[in-house]
Ligand binder design. Structure first.
Ligand code: SAM
Length: 239
């Protein structure tokens, strides 16, 4: 229970309840990250305290965007070892979550996590983000798309915005370069049917990390031409 207090404080900061059961889920998840990280590359952060702060608390702070608390369907694009999707799901177990990543070994890890810590209504998808948002089953279906550390905003918008229903949101977790990324990404966001709604500064207890949530509201449908073929968004970002 070493990190119970800092986790509890972070949850208080986003006005969400926290208890022993929630803590145990995070703790089991942390243990699995450490074990699997010896076989496959999941994260460069391996120290317990850093996993709690830089992964779990950082991701919990996404609830500073409070409409996420009401979301029924969420997709995490380029989720890697499950960030921010798994922490979101542990905090709001009733929501339906899709975790998508192009690396199958990470998806295998996530399937194991979902089963071990008893998370229901989680779908894992192995593939490129650009390939699934063309399918009617996934296109413009979620209330909120989230993503951390996958690509710059111009590229990421093409990967994420097509999944969001009109009226929903795309929340991008960004570091200190947020202003430049917004400047470069504005046109792409608009073409894809989004509009920047807010930028929320995140503070992480006992840390000087400069993190931000870029909140993009979906205001109109994404034109049929997007996303372009897998790989095109990063080679030729919409600018
Ligand atoms: N979101 C996690 C985090 O914050 O720790 C992982 C970040 S990791 C740096 C980027 C992840 O995005 C990788 O797991 C990679 O496989 C995935 N990725 C990159 N481009 C992708 C794409 N076009 N479609 C799906 N996944 C993608």
């Amino acid at each position: 229970m070493e990190y119970f207090d800092i986790m509890s404080q972070a949850c208080k900061d986003v006005a969400l309840p926290f208890n022993e059961d929630t803590y145990n889920k995070f703790s089991q998840y942390k243990d699995m990250i450490k074990v699997w990280n010896e076989k496959i590359n999941l994260t460069a952060i391996v120290d317990d305290e850093q996993i709690f702060k830089k992964h779990f608390i950082d991701c919990i702070k996404i609830f500073k965007f409070s409409p996420l608390k009401q979301a029924k369907n969420v997709i995490d694009i380029g989720t890697g070892a499950g960030f921010p999707g798994i922490p979101i799901k542990i905090m709001k177990q009733e929501l339906n979550l899709i975790l998508l990543d192009s690396l199958n070994k990470r998806i295998n890890f996530l399937n194991e996590v979902v089963s071990k810590i008893n998370l229901n209504n989680v779908e894992t998808i192995h593939g490129r983000a650009e390939d699934f948002s063309r399918q009617p089953k996934y296109r413009e279906q979620v209330d909120v798309a989230v993503s951390r550390a996958v690509a710059n905003l111009a590229v990421l918008s093409e990967l994420c915005i097509p999944y969001v229903k009109v009226g929903g949101y795309f929340v991008a977790m960004k570091g200190p370069s947020v202003d430049d990324e917004i400047k470069d990404g504005k046109r792409a966001i608009s073409i894809l049917g989004g509009k920047i709604d807010d930028i929320i500064k995140i503070n992480i207890e006992d840390s000087d990390l400069d993190h931000n949530l870029v909140i993009i509201k979906k205001v109109k449908e994404t034109p049929k031409a997007y996303p372009r073929k897998a790989g095109t968004a990063s080679k030729k970002p919409l600018k």
